[in-house]
Design a protein around this ligand. Structure first.
Ligand code: PMP
Length: 292
C-alpha cells in the first residue's frame, strides 16, 4: 500500500517526507497549537467547533494562522479525500515555524500548517465494556494563571507527566487535580460523575473546553437528566455511583476503578451506557460530508 499523505503548507507530502525544521519553535519550545478531530462514516464530527477552538488557541498565543477558517476546513476535507479515508483521526497542527534559538516568536516569520490523518479505531479497546482504572496523580494540572489548560498547545508535558505516573501505578488514565484540590480532567479527556441520578462535571476554567464534553452536555439535556457544572473534590469522586471520561479519541469511556476503589458495582453504569449509545448514534449520523 502506498503511503498516506500529510498536508504541509498547501502541499500533500508522503508521510516519510513530511518533515519540519529543527529550528521550528514547535519542536524547540512546544510553541504551537493543535487539534484532535474524528471522522466517522464519511463525515467529520464537529469540524467547525474544532476549527474555532484551534483559532481561539492560536489567538491566545498570538499566532496568526495563514489560512481562513473556511480554507482550513477545506484543507482537512481534502487531506481525507486524498487518503481515501472515511473513518479517521485528524491531527491539525500549527507551529510557530522556524526561528533562531531564542524564544522570541517575532523571529519566526512563517508558521507551519500540518494536517495528519490516520485510520483509527477505539482508543481504549475492550475497556469500553470493562471500564477504565483511573488514578489521581500527584502532578497538578498547569495553573490557570501560568499555562491555562484551555490552550490546546503543543506543550503537553504536564499531561505526559500525568500519564507516566498513571502508567507506573497501573492506571489506564490519569486524573488531574488542580492546585486547589479540585478535580480538573484526565490526561486527554474531561471527566463527569453521576451521583443519585445527577450528573456533574467541573467548569472549564481548569481544563480543556472539550468538544465531546459539550456534546455530552447536549445529550444529557435531551435525555432530561439532572445536570450541573460544579467543582468536584476527591470525596465526590470516590463516592460517585458512576464516573466517565470524554474526549475525541476516548469518546465516552466508563471508569470502574478510581484509586483502588470500585466505582458502583465495578461495571459501566446505566447512565454512562445510555450516553455511550446516544453518542454513537450522533457520531454515525452527524458531521460534515467528506465526499460531497
Ligand atoms: N482534555 C485534554 C487535556 C485533552 O487533550 C482532550 C482531547 N482533546 C480533552 C480534554 C477532550 O477534548 P475534546 O472532547 O475536544 O477532544
Amino acid at each position: 500500500m502506498s503511503e498516506l499523505l500529510v498536508y504541509m503548507n498547501g502541499e500533500f507530502v508522503p508521510e516519510s517526507q513530511a518533515k519540519v525544521s529543527v529550528f521550528d519553535h514547535g519542536f524547540l519550545y512546544g510553541d504551537g497549537v493543535f487539534e484532535g478531530i474524528r471522522a466517522y462514516n464519511g463525515k467529520v464530527f464537529k469540524l467547525y467547533e474544532h476549527i474555532d477552538r484551534l483559532y481561539d488557541c492560536a489567538r491566545v498565543i498570538d499566532l496568526k494562522i495563514p489560512l481562513s477558517k473556511e480554507e482550513f476546513a477545506e484543507a482537512i476535507l481534502e487531506t481525507l479525500r486524498r487518503n481515501n479515508l472515511r473513518d479517521a483521526y485528524i491531527r491539525p497542527i500549527v507551529t510557530r515555524g522556524a526561528g533562531d534559538l531564542g524564544l522570541d516568536p517575532r523571529k519566526c516569520p512563517s508558521p507551519n500548517v500540518i494536517i495528519i490523518t490516520k485510520p483509527w479505531g477505539k482508543l481504549y479497546g475492550d475497556l469500553y465494556e470493562k471500564g477504565l482504572k483511573a488514578i489521581t496523580v500527584a502532578i497538578r494540572r498547569n495553573a490557570i494563571d501560568s499555562l491555562p489548560p484551555n490552550i490546546k498547545s503543543l506543550n503537553y508535558l504536564n499531561n505526559i507527566l500525568a500519564k507516566i505516573e498513571a502508567n507506573a501505578k497501573g492506571g489506564d488514565e490519569a486524573i488531574f487535580l488542580d492546585h486547589n484540590g479540585y478535580i480538573s480532567e484526565g490526561s486527554g479527556d474531561n471527566i463527569f460523575i453521576v451521583k443519585n441520578g445527577t450528573i456533574t462535571t467541573p467548569p472549564t476554567l481548569n481544563n480543556l473546553k472539550g468538544i465531546t464534553r459539550q456534546v455530552v452536555i447536549e445529550l444529557i439535556n435531551e435525555l432530561e437528566i439532572p445536570f450541573r457544572e460544579a467543582n468536584i473534590g476527591l470525596f465526590d469522586l470516590y463516592s460517585a455511583d458512576e464516573i466517565f471520561v470524554t474526549g475525541t479519541a476516548a469518546e465516552i469511556a466508563p471508569v470502574t476503578y478510581i484509586d483502588g476503589r470500585t466505582v458502583g458495582n465495578g461495571k459501566p453504569g446505566k447512565v454512562t451506557k445510555m450516553l455511550m449509545e446516544k453518542f454513537r448514534e450522533r457520531t454515525e449520523n452527524e458531521g460534515v460530508e467528506i465526499y460531497r
